[in-house]
Ligand binder design. Structure first.
Ligand SMILES: Cc1ncc(COP(=O)(O)O)c(C=O)c1O
Length: 386
């Protein structure tokens, strides 16, 4: 009865842990990447105004032109990307909408797509859905969960079509040094690869560095689709709004496809997104500063636990400690931690084969929860070494 594609898509393993934790008393849920902030008031007000002013109807499939103009200004101001709002930007249903549309437009059956591992589970899922073959590039702990551009070379074949990059990375918090990103760009140009750059966590830098979009490097704009999300930056996970910028040949196809899927993202969320980028950015700054402090607390706490090796993340809001010293598979360890301490983490193997031996811990929660989790882990984990 069901189409074959149902067999190639497996449910997210993150949800498995999240569901196991549900209803448990005393559980500290550190699984899902959900900022614990409210959407800033000026954005909520803009959305309410949009309803009252009648922005309640279909819009253009690419999104309202004034919204795309505001996004083009943001791209110029913050990402050093010049884009024509009429032809090179599409508003999508979250960053996820951008990811799927870009894959559908670019990946043919038989194409290979290089994607980061450990990585965001939807990256390989979308490739598989399109009949492509995912080829994992390992993000290495000793490189701050990045890769060296030269590591790409042996993975490139005559079937390689697309390279997915995601910095800051989910689940590791990894970032890539500018020099390496420049080399990645050179390799993409030499091998005529299209790059899909997932910049959902662009603002979440805890290493003091400014965001750097690969599309802003020489020769890259014409071969890169960059996707952004309002979910994390403005704490708008439920509003389902994001956007892509890229060459008009690709963006126009994404728009055409979107017409047949969701038509366009909700008009009210589009107006909220316009207000978000045009408005004061103090709330974003405060949130990022809060996350930076939390990163320091959790890094210091976990590093002091016997058996844990942790490279401090350069961004996002996850830590990815190496727990291989305990000699227990990451899934079993995550289950043990849930059952014996109530700390709910995600097993590293949920994020790809190179995630085994690690746990992902989300620190988008209060200092009290973080400190309590560290205390529970500290009084439990070292016993596993005995
Ligand atoms: C790396 C990455 N990309 C894209 C997304 C999709 O975000 P959204 O669809 O909420 O914009 C997420 C969400 O967690 C993510 O972690």
């Amino acid at each position: 009865m069901l189409a074959k594609r149902n067999q190639v898509i497996t449910p997210s393993e993150i949800r498995k842990m999240f569901n196991m934790a549900k209803g448990r008393e005393n559980a500290l849920d550190m699984t899902v990447g959900l900022p614990d902030f409210e959407t800033p008031q000026y954005i909520k007000d803009a959305a309410k105004r949009a309803i009252d002013e009648g922005y309640t109807k279909y819009t253009l499939n690419a999104g309202m032109i004034e919204v795309r103009e505001a996004l083009a200004e943001k791209l110029k101001r913050e990402n050093n990307i010049e884009a024509d709002p009429k032809t090179e930007i599409v508003c999508t249903g979250g960053g996820m909408g951008s990811l799927l549309l870009a894959n559908l437009v670019l990946v043919d059956p038989g194409n290979q797509v290089i994607y980061p591992d450990p990585g965001f589970v939807s990256h390989p899922a979308h490739v598989t859905l399109c009949g492509g073959e995912g080829v994992a590039i390992q993000l290495k702990r000793d490189l701050g969960f990045s890769f060296e551009a030269d590591d790409l070379k042996p993975l490139i074949t005559d079937k390689t079509k697309l390279l997915v990059v995601n910095f800051p990375n989910n689940p590791t918090g990894g970032t890539i040094p500018r020099k390496q990103l420049e080399k990645v760009a050179e390799i993409a140009i030499e091998n005529e690869l299209v790059v899909l750059s997932d910049e959902a966590y662009e603002k979440f830098r805890s290493d003091g560095e400014k965001p750097l979009s690969i599309a802003s490097l020489p020769g890259m704009k014409e071969r890169t689709v960059t996707l952004f999300s309002f979910s994390k930056t403005y704490a708008m996970t439920g509003w389902r709004i994001g956007f892509s910028v890229g060459p008009s040949e690709i963006i126009s196809r994404m728009v055409k496809l979107q017409e047949h899927v969701i038509s366009m993202p909700t008009s009210i969320s589009q107006k909220a997104a316009e207000a978000a980028v045009n408005g004061p950015q103090d709330s974003v700054k405060n949130m990022i500063e809060t996350f930076r402090k939390r990163r320091d607390i959790i890094t210091k706490g976990l590093q002091s636990i016997e058996g844990i090796e942790l490279t401090p993340p350069g961004g996002a809001f996850y830590v990815f400690p190496d727990v291989s010293a305990y000699g227990i598979a990451s899934w079993d360890l995550a289950v043990k931690l849930l059952e014996d301490t109530g700390v709910v983490t995600v097993h590293g193997s949920a994020f790809g084969k190179y995630g085994e031996g690690f746990l992902r811990i989300c620190y988008a929660m209060s200092n009290e929860v973080i400190e309590e989790a560290i205390q529970r882990l500290d009084s439990y984990l070292p016993n596993l070494l005995k």
